[in-house]
Design a protein around this ligand. Structure first.
Ligand SMILES: [Mn+2]
Length: 357
């Protein structure tokens, strides 16, 4: 039985080095405790080239600490090249990890396993001409960075370069499993007998990357199996929808706060009609002062907030608000509708007042 740990899109960044390297430490510990023969990094190990320069020493140190019999393989993703200038990625030394920066591919083979490393490229149009020898070992796995044509993804990676790969590239070259990186949501699909698997980003890299962050444990014996292991140190992205009070202050967050972990990225999505932007700004500062240190990142977004100064003192709005307040539901969906009703009514009042002027 051969075990392989497959992770992707760790995006090690110097700006948040403690958090990122903490996740790397957990990955290394997982490779050791599962007695893995390989630890695979399927691209975007570093967030940008300057991050690679700053953190490659820390990375090498950790790879040198892997148990005997566990080798590490890194392929370049599109991010590892960002802001590289005139430097060459192929000149980077990540030893003792093997680093494949330039393609189209490199083969690592022994009697039990063949690994085909395919770094990121905008296209692989020439794959029919690759002089990849026929498979000799019982199993051939690819490690690649890009998206797969025909695979269905959730969560947008819109602003990324797509780097689309044809599934036929893998079928044609006798690959059984493609250990992939690039798509930050986890996703596994079988196309023409080849298993294509993204573990998802190994840490929360940007807003919206919700759910546990994970790596794949590949077990290859008589058959091939994949299981997802959760990275506790990566934390989670949490979005809280919060309808604001009319004056612009934040209602209490309640027991929700107890769920937040040290490594979490929390977005408070504020919404509603408010009277005073300055009250909101003050409440935000107060929230950050009290809760900011409990999580990795705490932010308040205000796409759903509309400021209408002096609205509550208009007689018609005042009468509406009195009646509205008297009908407060205890919770659930009714409460959401009730809050929305205030927003819509106040907007209507504003329209009427403007029309009168
Ligand atoms: Mn990425």
């Amino acid at each position: 039985m051969m075990r392989i740990l497959h992770c992707a899109d760790l995006h090690l960044s110097a700006e948040e080095a403690d958090y990122c390297l903490g996740v790397l430490d957990e990955i290394v510990a997982m490779a050791a405790s599962n007695r893995c023969g390989w630890l695979l990094f399927a691209g975007d190990l570093f967030d940008t080239y300057p991050d690679l320069e700053k953190l490659k020493g820390e990375f090498r140190k950790r790879m040198a600490g892997l148990p005997q019999g566990c080798r590490a393989l890194v392929i370049a993703g599109n991010h590892d090249r960002l802001r590289m200038g005139a430097k060459r990625l192929s000149a980077v030394d990540l030893e003792p990890a093997a680093f494949v920066a330039d393609g189209p591919f490199e083969l690592f083979a022994d009697e039990a396993l063949e690994l085909v490393a395919i770094p990121f490229a905008p296209a692989h149009a020439d794959y029919l001409e690759w002089n990849l020898p026929p498979r000799k070992a019982p199993l051939r796995i690819a490690v690649a960075h890009g998206s797969i044509a025909g695979m269905h993804y959730t969560g947008g990676d819109e602003e990324e370069e797509p780097g689309v790969m044809d599934p036929d590239l893998f079928v044609r070259h006798g690959i059984r499993l493609a250990a992939l990186g690039h798509i930050h949501a986890s996703r596994t699909e079988v196309i023409e007998g080849v298993t294509f698997s993204y573990p998802g980003s190994a840490r929360v890299w940007r807003r919206g990357e919700s759910g546990a962050r994970r790596v794949n444990l590949i077990e290859a014996g008589e058959s091939l199996s994949l299981s997802a292991l959760t990275l506790a140190s990566a934390g989670q992205y949490r979005r809280v929808e919060l309808p604001l009070n009319l004056d612009g202050s934040l209602p209490p967050l309640g027991p929700l706060v107890e769920e937040w972990g040290k490594a979490d990225w929390v977005e408070i999505a504020a919404s509603g009609v408010i009277e005073d932007e300055r009250v909101l700004a003050a409440s935000e500062a107060e929230l950050k002062r009290r809760q900011g240190a409990r999580v990795r990142r705490l932010e308040l977004t205000r796409e759903g907030v509309l400021t209408l100064e002096g609205i509550a003192t208009q007689p018609v709005a005042k009468r509406f608000l009195e009646r509205w307040k008297a009908r407060e539901p205890s919770g659930g969906e009714e409460r959401t509708v009730w809050l929305k009703a205030r927003e819509l009514a106040l907007l209507k009042v504003k329209e009427l007042l403007e029309a009168r002027q």
